[in-house]
Design a protein around this ligand. Sequence first.
Ligand code: CA
Length: 301
Amino acid sequence: SSRTCGSNLRGPSGIITSPNYPVQYENNAHCVWVITTTDPEKVSFFLEMMSVPCGLGIRVTFSIFFLILTGSSVPDLVVSMSNQMWLHLQSDETIGSLGFKALYQEIEKGSCGDPGIPVYGKRRGTSFLHGDTLTFECQSAFELVGERTITCQQNNQWSGNKPNCVFSCFFNFTAPSGVVLSPNYPEEYGNNMNCVWLIITETESRIHLIFNDFDVEPQFDYLTVKDDGMADSTVLGTFSGDDMPSQLASNGHVARLEFQSDHSTTGRGFNITYTSTFGIAVCLSWPMLPLGKSGRVGLVG
Ligand SMILES: [Ca+2]
């Protein structure tokens, strides 16, 4: 037996969720949403997927073409070519899913919509019309994964998703303060990682590490902090599991952080703030890191 759901919706904006979201929706769910703009002449729709776990089968039907979205190939946003957008959710008989939550909004005709800015990244280009190009780059210590440049195509779709900025597995920090993240933080880090970060501050200064978050697989994945830049330097601490380590200070102006993960099971990783100070008894107010927001992470210099 199949379940029906969905509705007729109107602009200018709103939110659509699959049945029971965020609880798993039932097998054989069948939903149709029809969204119609308030102004038939001037606007089209964009649909921004906010949460799309794997295993989702959703069809977005436009007047001229249709697109099938599945968990692994979901664009950041989908723009209709007319003043109406049809969404058809047909779930598999066997594979359940947490479903989806999508935002829809009316936009100008001839636009691909605003794809956003990557977290820890920036964007050049502020216009989203046909033929316009956006170029992305990541902040220092982050690597760009995906397309550096995307173009708004005649079919109202961007030529690709906006890229991600992923914390680099190897980096030498030379600013007096900054943030060290596990790659992909706050999403899970990968298996078989072998990362090395060096923090090199001014001669005569010391490096202080404060842990803002720590969650790695106990015993098999671990972070080692060493008191100098070499692989065989004195170990200040080795950390594993999800107990938050207390703060650490180096004896010199160089610290080496090594992170290793084995072949299975990962975690959220870690978020560490470092600062450098001169002298011994120093009281600092630690810089806070805004999480999950685009823009600055507090990397100074
Ligand atoms: Ca592991």
